[in-house]
Design a protein around this ligand. Sequence first.
Ligand code: U5P
Length: 213
Amino acid sequence: MSESRLVVALDLTDKDRALEIARSIGRQVFAIKINWPLVLAGSGSIIGEIARVSRVVCDFKIADIPNTNSIIAKFARDQGAWGIISHSFTGLESLRSVVEASGDTKVFSVVAMSHPGSDLINDNYRKLMDISERAGVYGYIAPGNKLSDLSEIRKRTKKTIMSPGIGSQGGRASDAIKAGADLVIVGRSIYESADPVTAAEAINEEIAKAVEQ
Ligand code: U5P
């Protein structure tokens, strides 16, 4: 079977449960994404702990001045993060500081979001992609539940697109893949499930079928 395209978001504040899920699904997913809830519940060392069982994407949506951005990005890199998510609306200097401090850790910039009310960002994806290209990002975050935005962004880049908005936010993994996502992010539909391993497997199968079509 080809490699999974599933990135599981573990937005839990129960560190033990998060580690339990990470250890059980680590080998069947592309990566595990961690966000502020899990880091604030424990410490940044959770990045390294999860990195032992899976690639880790740090979804810190970095959005500050260049110096602060560099400190955050370097921390994630030093803990062993495979990827890091940054905002781009703060401008070229801020995003470039993330790219420079990340070293081999891959930087994904947010150019459109999945939630209601994200129009301010989504209406500006062209400008945000321009900033991101100049900063040298590795890939993009674009919504898997807003397929017209996702496919417009796909048309403008060959870079890796990672898409949230699947399951609890109404999107379908297969639709997001067909609209141009390379990787799909799924959180609650997996970590709130009674059986996260089976839930992740079902999404892997749905994606594999969509890729074959
Ligand atoms: N996320 C979004 N939408 C975005 C950018 C990031 O949902 O536009 C993140 C959320 O912060 C969460 C995950 O960590 O992706 C989606 O979780 P869920 O809705 O699948 O539970």
